[in-house]
Ligand binder design. Structure first.
Ligand SMILES: Cc1cc2nc3c(=O)[nH]c(=O)nc-3n(C[C@H](O)[C@H](O)[C@H](O)COP(=O)(O)OP(=O)(O)OC[C@H]3O[C@@H](n4cnc5c(N)ncnc54)[C@H](O)[C@@H]3O)c2cc1C
Length: 615
């Protein structure tokens, strides 16, 4: 059941309490309540996903991201690698979490990525071969909305039709798709075709796969928390319930045992705006918080930004720093909030000679076309509203003999792992309509791709560094520890990432030199055209790059005996009992892919680990 009021909850004692009904939390809620003997309470800080058309219609992702009511409205700290710029950092505040507002790319990463997790955790259970069944448990491959012939566009052998979250190829074809594929034939050495980048060997250019089914976005909430699942008597979900901290006992043998959570309800938007107020709240007002008790375990699934925020506010983190903030220390775990990684992205764009409805601008810029497309989607779930403006994705390795590796080494997970990702887009990325937001969910502080407000039709290649060297952190704001976390994704902090990005943009420029682009690509947008030297290209990158919103690692997994890390390979908080972390924060290094598929795997395996512990 979904509850909107804490007073309507039948009780506040459950076997399991899941903090965050997001991408991972929804999976764990579903899987644990398959056992009728387990009672589960989900405390979700956000609102319902019911009837949110901007989430349901893939084409409206930009509108979804532009609305503050579905977001925690976070920003980064000033980013050294971005010439000191601060940029918005999207985190969803809605049932289904970021899966309800993300770009819907379905990308698993390379087999090396997971084999490296297995090595880092000393647990073969995280290796590619062992997690593949969990990809299959999550994925339900479906026909695209237009039921086109998909032969030659994916490999059925590496997909599952019996999972939960719908995955499909695009249900509407942007004409530029033919040119992208033709480029793989005209420049096959640099840009080979890959039938299916989700096989564990992603290198090359492939048809993009999306978490979309029947023309609608498939989220963790729409797939794992269906109305049928919500009817399970052992599952209760409370919305607008913001967990403030975890409470623990210290057992006779000195172990910290978590068993309760404190949360505010219907006041998550309240800003605890000063440190003074924070201490007042800690000292005098905790009585106004509600408390729920977990008989078995608490599962923390609040995402990479909010999971460490809750841990730190509970006294789990670097002892010295917590003491400086006046937070009583429960557990000295210095790795909390450290070692986060993300994918920086920059976007070269070209003005193109397009006619008809070939680009996003053609649909958005013409109210009649826009309304017709929306009406078509409402009536039959077909047409441009079933897709976003990206047709293909390409993954590439840089030449290891290149000078850019000297002094750095290779940060990628192995030979099947890309350094660079390219997303081929029928648009100028920047959308004037929604201010600083972009079409596939990458919020920026304006001028992303530096096409400014120039009118016209565009083709863009979003270039991301997917094996980054840079690392960042999530910390508490010293003047307001319970306020928004200090999010430092460390974008382009390492010079390696800047050099890799520079190479990636040069590769993108090469891509559009294939004969098939002749007569279609008219010219580079001015900012790109002006970047004629390496130094100017670096300035273009630092002035315009942003994030892919793939933050991971703030509660990273490590081997049981490692003296760093936050959780063990079974996702249990190190040095404590009663608490597991199941979300993107446990991935110790960002995979060379968009992160939701990896999060689904963490959640499916995490749920199995929890169930196995309580049989
Ligand atoms: C704009 C954007 C675009 C992206 N595009 C893609 C893409 O195209 N493909 C892809 O694979 N990945 C994409 N990602 C990344 C991917 O969506 C995330 O990595 C993944 O969904 C994270 O899952 P999670 O469970 O860790 O966190 P979330 O899904 O964020 O879930 C956390 C949940 O916890 C709740 N919560 C937080 N704090 C509290 C609290 N104190 N109390 C109670 N509840 C709380 C939140 O409201 C949320 O529902 C994108 C991300 C963003 C933000």
């Amino acid at each position: 059941k979904i509850y909107n009021s804490v007073s309507d909850l039948p009780g506040l004692k459950y076997d399991f309490i899941i903090i965050g009904g997001g991408t991972a939390g929804s999976v764990v809620a579903n899987r644990l309540t398959e056992n009728a003997n387990f009672s589960v309470l989900v405390l979700e800080g956000g609102v319902t996903n019911q009837g949110v058309v901007d989430s349901e219609a893939p084409f409206l992702v930009g509108e979804m991201l532009a609305q503050p009511i579905w977001s925690w409205n976070y920003s980064t700290t000033p980013q050294v690698g971005l010439n000191g710029r601060t940029i918005p950092y999207q985190r969803a505040r809605i049932l289904g979490g970021c899966s309800a507002h993300n770009g819907m790319f379905y990308t698993r990463g390379s087999s090396d990525d997971f084999d490296r997790y297995a090595e880092l955790t000393n647990d073969p259970g995280w290796s590619w071969d062992r997690v593949l069944p969990y990809f299959f448990k999550n994925e339900r491959w479906t026909e695209p909305a237009d039921h086109h012939d998909t032969r030659g566009q994916y490999n059925p052998a590496v997909h599952s039709t019996s999972g939960v979250t719908s995955v499909s190829l695009a249900g509407h074809r942007w004409p530029v798709a033919g040119r992208v594929i033709q480029t793989t034939k005209e420049l096959p050495n640099e840009f080979p075709f890959n039938l299916d980048y989700n096989s564990g060997s992603p290198l090359g250019v492939g048809w993009l796969q999306f978490t979309i089914g029947g023309g609608e976005r498939s989220t963790a909430a729409t797939s794992y928390l269906t109305s049928q699942v919500q009817q399970r008597p052992n599952l209760h979900i409370l919305l607008d319930a913001r967990v403030v901290r975890l409470v623990a006992n210290t057992t006779d043998d000195g172990q910290v045992a978590f068993h309760r959570v404190e949360f505010s309800h219907n006041q998550s938007r309240t800003n605890l705006c000063s440190r003074f107020r924070f201490h007042l709240i800690r000292l005098f007002l905790s009585a106004s918080l509600s408390t729920a008790t977990a008989n078995k375990e608490i599962v923390l699934s609040a995402g990479t930004a909010n999971t460490p925020h809750i841990l730190l506010n509970s006294g789990v983190g670097n002892k010295t720093e917590l003491e400086e903030l006046g937070i009583p220390v429960l557990l000295n775990l210095p790795s909390v909030g450290l070692n986060v990684s993300d994918h920086s992205a920059a976007i070269p764009s070209w003005i193109v000679n397009a006619t008809g409805t070939e680009t996003i601008q053609d649909v958005q810029g013409n109210i009649t076309v826009f309304n017709e497309a929306f009406a078509e989607w409402n009536a039959t779930k077909t047409g441009p509203f079933t897709v976003i403006g990206v047709t293909h994705v390409g993954w590439f390795r840089l030449n290891l003999a290149s000078a850019i590796f000297s002094g750095f080494g290779d940060p990628s997970a192995g030979p099947s792992t890309p350094h660079i990702e390219m997303k081929f887009t029928v648009s100028r990325w920047f959308r004037p309509k929604v201010g600083h937001f972009t079409i596939v969910g990458i919020p920026q502080d304006g001028g992303f791709g530096s096409t400014g407000s120039q009118p016209g039709n565009f083709f863009s290649i979003n270039v991301a560094v997917v094996s980054p060297m840079s690392r960042g952190s999530i910390k508490l704001n010293a003047s307001d520890p319970s306020g928004p976390p200090l999010i430092d994704p460390g974008l382009l902090r390492s010079d390696f990432d800047v050099l890799a990005m520079r190479e990636g943009i040069k590769m993108a420029k090469k891509f559009v030199t294939a004969p098939v682009w002749k007569g279609y690509i008219l010219e580079e947008t001015p900012a790109l055209a002006n970047a004629t030297t390496d130094a100017a290209l670096e300035a273009f990158i630092r002035n315009t790059a942003g994030t892919s919103s793939h933050l991971v690692g703030s509660a990273g997994m490590s081997a049981r005996d490692a003296d760093y890390g936050v959780v063990d390979p079974d996702l249990r908080l190190k040095g404590a009992s009663g608490l597991r972390i199941v979300d993107a924060s446990v991935l110790p290094i960002v995979p060379s892919a968009h992160t939701q598929a990896a999060v689904y795997v963490v959640a499916e395996r995490g749920a199995d680990l929890i169930k196995a512990a309580w049989v």
